[in-house]
Structure formats: C-alpha cells, structure tokens
Design a protein around this ligand. Sequence first.
Ligand SMILES: Cc1cc2nc3c(=O)[nH]c(=O)nc-3n(C[C@H](O)[C@H](O)[C@H](O)COP(=O)(O)OP(=O)(O)OC[C@H]3O[C@@H](n4cnc5c(N)ncnc54)[C@H](O)[C@@H]3O)c2cc1C
Length: 367
Amino acid sequence: MNSTYDVLIIGGGPAGLATAYLCHKHGLSYLVLESGKAIFQGIANTYPEGKLVYASKPKDAPEPFMVEELRPPDKPVTVESYLQYVQHFVQHENLNVQTEVAFEDIKDERDGLTVITSRGSFKGRKVVLSFGSNIPRELSVYGDAKMVAKNVDDAGKYVGIKTLVIGGGNTAADVIINILKAKREVGDTHPVYWAHKAETFDVNKETAQRLGEEILLGGNIRLLPGATPRIGEVDEEGVDRLVIRINVFEQADGIDLYHALSFPMKNVIACIGSQGPVPIFDKLGIQMIACAAGVCKIAKEGERLVLLTAEFESTRKGVYVIGGAISPSFMKISEGAITEEKHPNLIYTAINDAYFVVEAIRKKVGR
Ligand SMILES: Cc1cc2nc3c(=O)[nH]c(=O)nc-3n(C[C@H](O)[C@H](O)[C@H](O)COP(=O)(O)OP(=O)(O)OC[C@H]3O[C@@H](n4cnc5c(N)ncnc54)[C@H](O)[C@@H]3O)c2cc1C
C-alpha cells in the first residue's frame, strides 16, 4: 500500500491531466492512474490518423479555457502533434502518472478512500473519476480474462504466433488486416482466427475490400462464426489462457459435446467495442437518476444520468466525476433542485471541469 495522496485521478485524458497539473501547481499530492500504455490513450484510440484537433468552446460557455497549457492551438493541428505536445508537457512538468494501471473499484476507509486497480491498491483523500465515455467492454467469461488486449499498437507482436481476434465489426477487421500485413511482410503463415458470437460478420465495403486484398495476397485467416469465449484460466504451466467454444453438439443423453479452442491470452485481441460508464457507476454505488416524463431535454427517456453537486461531487462522498464520463449531460443538484445539466463532450469541458473540481478540493483540504 502506498502513502495517502490528496487526490487520486482515474484516467489520463484531458480531464485527468488538467486535474493533475492543477494539483501539482497548488501543492496537492496526487497520482494519475491510466489504463492505457500512455497518457491520452482514449484520444489516441478513437481519433482517426491525421485528424485535426479543434479548440472548440460551446457558444454559451462563459469561461475561457481554464488550463491554457492543455488547450489545443487556435489553428488546428493534427492529433499526432497535439499528443506529442501533451507528452512533452507532462514530462516537462514531471507530472505523477502511472500507466497500464486499470481502475477497478473504490472502498471507503475511516480516513479516506482506497482505489483498487489491476496493479494493487492506492489510498487517497479524494478520487476524481476522469475515465471518459468510452470504456472498453470486458469479455464476459467465467474466470478472469483481463490479460486480453483490446487493440493492437504493434501488429509485429503477433508475427510467428497463431492469433485469435474476437469481434465482428470494422475494428476487428482492421486489426486482422494489420496483423496479416505484418505476417505477409516476413513470410509468416501462422493463421489468424477470427471469432464472432453471431453467425455473420458486419464490416463496411471499404474494410471488406482491404481484407479481401490481404487474403488474396496469401493472408491465412480462419473464420469462427458463432464462437463464444467461455473461460479464462491458468494452465498447469502458469500460462493465462482463453477457452473459446466454437461448436456445441447436443447429444440425446443430455450430455453436450463441445468443440473449443484454447489460446494463450497474449495471443488474443478482443475488439468488442466500448460502453458508457453507467455499469461502473452502478458498481461503485454512485446514484443515477432516470429521465422520465419529459424531464430531460438532452438525454432520452429512460436513460440514467449520474447525480452530481455543482462541484461535480457524486453521491459517494469524496468521489468526483468529470469530463467525457458525464457527457452529454448529467443531473445537477443545486439550491435544493435537481436539473439536467448540458455537458458537451469537448476538451474544453473536460479541462474546465478539472479546474472547478480542484478549486473545490483545495477549499476542502485547506490548500
Ligand atoms: C473522433 C473524435 C474527435 C474529437 N475531436 C474533438 C476536437 O476536435 N475538439 C474537442 O474539443 N473535442 C473533440 N473530441 C472530444 C474529446 O476528445 C473528449 O471530449 C475528451 O477526450 C474527453 O476527455 P476526458 O479526459 O474526459 O476523457 P478521455 O479523453 O476519454 O480520457 C479518459 C482516459 O481514461 C482512461 N481510462 C478509461 N478507463 C480506465 C480505467 N478503468 N482505469 C484507468 N484509466 C482508464 C482512458 O484510457 C483515457 O486515456 C473528439 C472525440 C472523438 C471521439
């Protein structure tokens, strides 16, 4: 167990890093826990290559960017240059960030909060949840399958091994194209297995064409439609493996016969999309309110919105939620009333939320 931080920050995107920088500036001890390989992983994963980053600000927003240092330039630059700039900034300021640490849970302690992660526990007086709006889905299997990769940063890693890609859409197809290309370049003929729980795959024409080209150039791909990941297990040699069922033969005696494949988890990539943060709020016991009877203008009828104070504190004391995680709207408690508050998903909003939260925390901890 580490020492107690004033603020534990979950997610190293614009919201999390702005929080970290402001804590750093005001002498609050803090630590950013980021699940990705690097800061701004959320943006790196979702923006297309070469996309321009705009310093967009909602028309009716009164404040300027409250953390100028993280503001995208007025003349839009590519996402690659913005990421490079932010990386230099974090290094230059020596911000306290730990990468490849996935947040899992929060436990209340008498003197603060304990954050449980994939790499152990951390103690903090306050926790800022800034994990964005795209939470990668986990494979729902018996046992543990946390070791499974969610995307591919280096297709070369899969050269020389039989790989399993799970998911039926464009992302999975793109991953397969990149791996087949890397294998082709070095003459590796080990197959890539493509598994999807449905019977058909669903990719757009352009992706299908690129995939078809790789297959015609010799790409070795085995399709596994109707396959379902079942068990995450450790074998007798200590290797984490994923068992995926590819066929079920129902027998007259009631005993089913299965065909299944077992892959070392390091050979598996699960492109099964992302979800909003609602399941995490549920797990944490953070209260949400359902939009009913025309109460909400932005959210749809029946959608549940997280309930926050004007200072972004949730119903779990000491736990704040900011940035993309509460976009495009949340329920705000203010002066005894609860109303839906518009919250556009922008770098501007993420950064400015951080400013208001750090101001509120400074008041509470007296710094
Ligand atoms: C394609 C695209 C283009 C966009 N273009 C613009 C633009 O030009 N201008 C603009 O202002 N906005 C733009 N946006 C929106 C903007 O990117 C978001 O508003 C902003 O990134 C939100 O910041 P955030 O820090 O809240 O979340 P994110 O940027 O999503 O950061 C969250 C971080 O938390 C990490 N994380 C997630 N789960 C965990 C976990 N369990 N444990 C630890 N870490 C975790 C993620 O890896 C990620 O790094 C765009 C969005 C998209 C998708």
